[in-house]
Design a protein around this ligand. Sequence first.
Ligand code: NOJ
Length: 535
Amino acid sequence: MTWWRDAAIYQVYLRSFADGSGDGIGDIAGLESRLGYLRDLGVDALWINPWYASPMADGGYDVADYRQIDPAFGTLQDAERLIGAAHQFGLKIIVDLVPNHTSDRHAWFREAVEAGPGSPARDRYHFRDEPNNWQSRFGGPAWSQVDDGQWYLHLFDSSQPDLNWDHPEVRAEFLSILRFWLDRGVDGFRIDVAARLVKQAGLPDKHEAEEAVPSFIDPPDQPDKDRPEVHEIYRDWRLVLGEYGSDRVFVGEIWVSDPERFALYLRPDELHTAFNFEFLKCAWEAGAFRAVIDRTLATHARVAAPPTWVLSNHDVTRHVTRYGRTETAFAKRVHDVPSDLALGTRRARAAALLSMALPGGVYVYQGDELGLPEVFDLPAALREDPVFYRTEGLDLGRDGCRVPLPWGGECPPFEFGKGGAWLRQPEEWRDLTAARQLGDADSMLSLYRLALRIRKSEPALGDGRMRWLESEAGVLAFARDPGFVCVVNLTDRAVGLPEGTALLASAELEDPGTGEARLPPDAAVWLRTASEVTA
Ligand code: NOJ
């Protein structure tokens, strides 16, 4: 079976992972020095956020040169060495491809600006004499003007001009970029903004005005999203990937809620997998989870693609914080609501076991395994996310889920590197360092390590089927045959368990070893069962 059908993939936000050079910014050398940690964590692959040459106006999602590594992260040779070293550790490498837009510092955009209105260089982007009414996903208008008065489209920051995917040179260039990285041994690509590359011809106005703070729930049928022609692009890409064997993978960032439309991206000649954001957005509520899980399985079964289970990433409020709130469904980032972090952590532990027991692949965003919460009280002057600036602080942006990892020690930068950290970690993170948690059998890190180890060795887990078991309201219980059951208690009281031996629990069971063990609230347990459990 191909590895990506049930891989545990760890997301490395390179700037904040580990700093090898001592400049306060995470880099390739830092990542290389921590490969042992990642192997021991038990993941199969690393998805590395963009590491290309970039002015870093959007954390590297503004690429100036797709074939160079940004000097803050290292060199192309460092990247090649990292890929080889990761492979030695048994870890695959997925790089992040950003095809919807370039940086305004990219040679093509500079050429377009210089060449002037009507020039062929401008055709590679969307230049117009008049803007339409589209809003940027980061807030504010999606159009900015160059000095000669023409407007260019940017669905994100003004430093990220959208490419024109109807242009043959744009298509050819990305096939060449794919080959460039495949030739360097990468095992796959995460595709940024995968549903938005193609825009409706003529760029017509939208009917609905968008809100000041962009939401993660998009209205369907928009002229800048999910156009049918986008599928041609992925069919071309799949052919290129196929030239390198069947072991390389695409994962699409596809924020399309309609299951039928979502499934189209995962047809056998398009992308292999996509992030399951419906799971990420889901409220801490049994009925809601059950509905999302059922819908996910049905959607993926239609195209025989493996589902993925995602709890967090570098764009959303960390789930320890989300799950500690009264409103646990995620629609947009908010910062002015309280969160009970002890409750959020308890639920995050249970959610980890749930996500790892479901059929398919699972994602771990760096710091999930340490139970890091969102950080809100960052000094405004240190904030880097354009979302913060474009919404005038209405949305604090994403810096708070990108704070550098605490590795060890008693005070910031917690061994992130020898030269501080580009964002200072909270003092309380001394209790959350990897070193501290490694020595504590009850820590989040110990739970992740054990769970990932069991997941890897347990034939019932990973790709395959699951079966719901009968359970009381507010409880999720399902079997993975043969002989494995996962129970998650989302009620506010302890609940009884099916027969079996506990392999791993996210919280201490009540009355263990009595044959009448009970699962406390906001907790999950994995059970070894004799055979086919039915109730
Ligand atoms: C999605 C990425 O995950 C996000 O971080 C980025 O800002 C936008 N795409 C634009 O590239």
